[in-house]
Design a protein around this ligand. Structure first.
Ligand SMILES: [Fe+2]
Length: 405
């Protein structure tokens, strides 16, 4: 009897476990049902959205059906973006020629293999507009990671920045599936702008064989070089940097040219960098990154970068505005644009938390060992307002950068 019950349970559980994350439910189409949707802006956030997803088995005619409002009359075929250790078929498509400041609905799939449910996204505005973006790095697939993701979803930002260390797959590629499925409620509707951290630079289990960014690059569709890129939203330019390979001359030249171009462009009022490794920090066993300070601080000073959002240290930590390696203000909350760069570590995404060294460095304004997200309101006029929020919504830090004029 016990054996019989166990067998019938196994029979009942089998199709459910196969299809638990699939919109189409159990049945023969489950292996081809789309999952793990993620979207990101293309090089031009006003006109292009990149869409990626996965099916267990390949399909013949992968496609994105989309349109303004509910009229999904447009179609863009997807291409397969595989890598040697993939766990299914990864598809990506670039939706181009979109109208700015417009809500589109879309679904992904295949006429035979089945389609996802319908989701929506909004393109970037054509000109100035107040908006909010969020950020955290070092996320993983923990309960804290899921709650942080859900809090971002409630915030409904224009997009989310993920400054490195996403899945912590560490060469176990089904962990990428877990991570992408956990984040899908957010990433199917909110552009997810990730740059790689050291955990995207993977080795196969046992640490024997390096595979670099193979999984990250295949599983995400991102603008530019994908591991580093820039995009504009409203009157702000966002510059995503690959700090794992920052010493490479090509990227350094690109970074300087991108920052210089931003400061020549009258439309760019706010210049924001996001990257994995922080320049300054006070977690135990880490501290400041002298190599990065040497490479980046002169550039960030020269081009008066307003805000640098980092991860890597699993804490929230924020310095006073910095110029020439020194804090230039003693205020905890109010700053003037152009006086110094604000450096923030938003590494409390969810994977784990680190301890600080006991003594707070003089340049550090606020630090807390807490899971948290950064939420930044970028105005048309008036101050930029940044908040760091714990999982329960309470405030760790709030500061404002007032335009100089
Ligand atoms: Fe890291």
């Amino acid at each position: 009897m016990t054996m019989l019950r166990a067998l019938s349970c196994a029979v009942l559980m089998w199709p459910l476990s196969l299809t638990a994350s699939h919109a189409d439910g159990p049945g023969p189409a489950a292996d081809t049902a789309p999952s793990q949707r993620r979207i990101a802006f293309g090089d031009d956030a006003k006109h292009t959205m990149l869409v990626a997803w996965q099916t267990r088995k390949a399909v013949d005619a992968p496609v994105v059906e989309y349109g303004i409002g509910l009229k999904r009359t447009l179609t863009t075929p997807a291409r397969r973006a595989g890598y040697a250790y993939e766990t299914g078929a990864i598809w990506e498509a670039a939706l181009t020629g979109l109208k700015p400041d417009t809500v589109y609905s879309y679904r992904v799939g295949d006429p035979v293999g089945g389609f996802s449910d319908v989701a929506s996204f909004r393109t970037a505005p054509d000109g100035s507009e107040e908006f909010t973006f969020t950020a955290f790095g070092d996320q993983g697939s923990t309960p804290a990671a899921e709650m942080n993701m859900t809090n971002v979803l409630i915030d409904r930002p224009a997009f989310h920045l993920l400054p490195g260390d996403l899945s912590y797959a560490n060469g176990v590629h089904t962990r990428w599936d877990d991570y992408l499925a956990l984040n899908e409620p957010l990433t199917r509707e909110v552009p997810f702008m990730a740059v790689p951290g050291n955990h995207e630079n993977e080795k196969l289990p046992g640490g024997k064989r390096p595979i670099g960014y193979a999984a990250f690059l295949a599983r995400y569709a991102l603008p530019g070089a994908e591991s580093y890129y820039a995009f504009d939203y409203g009157q702000a330019r966002f510059v995503g940097v690959d700090t794992v390979h920052l010493e490479q001359k090509e990227q350094l030249a690109w970074l300087e040219a991108t920052l210089a171009a931003a400061r020549r462009d009258a439309k760019v009022k706010w210049l924001i960098v996001f990257q994995h490794y922080p320049l300054y920090g006070s977690t135990r066993g880490r501290g400041d990154n002298d190599e990065l300070i040497k490479l980046q601080q002169p550039l960030f000073d020269r081009y008066k970068v307003d805000l640098v959002v980092c991860g890597h240290d699993h804490v929230y930590e924020r310095q006073f505005p910095m110029r020439g390696g020194k804090a230039v203000s003693e205020s905890l909350t109010d700053y003037t644009q152009g006086a110094g760069t604000l450096y923030v570590i938003a590494g409390g995404g969810g994977i784990s938390l680190y301890d600080f060294v006991p003594k707070r460095p003089a340049i550090c304004a606020v630090r807390e060992k807490a899971y948290s997200r950064l939420r930044v309101r970028v105005p048309v006029e008036g101050p930029l307002v940044a908040e760091a929020l714990r999982l329960d919504g309470s405030l760790i830090d709030k500061f404002e950068i007032k335009p100089a004029r």
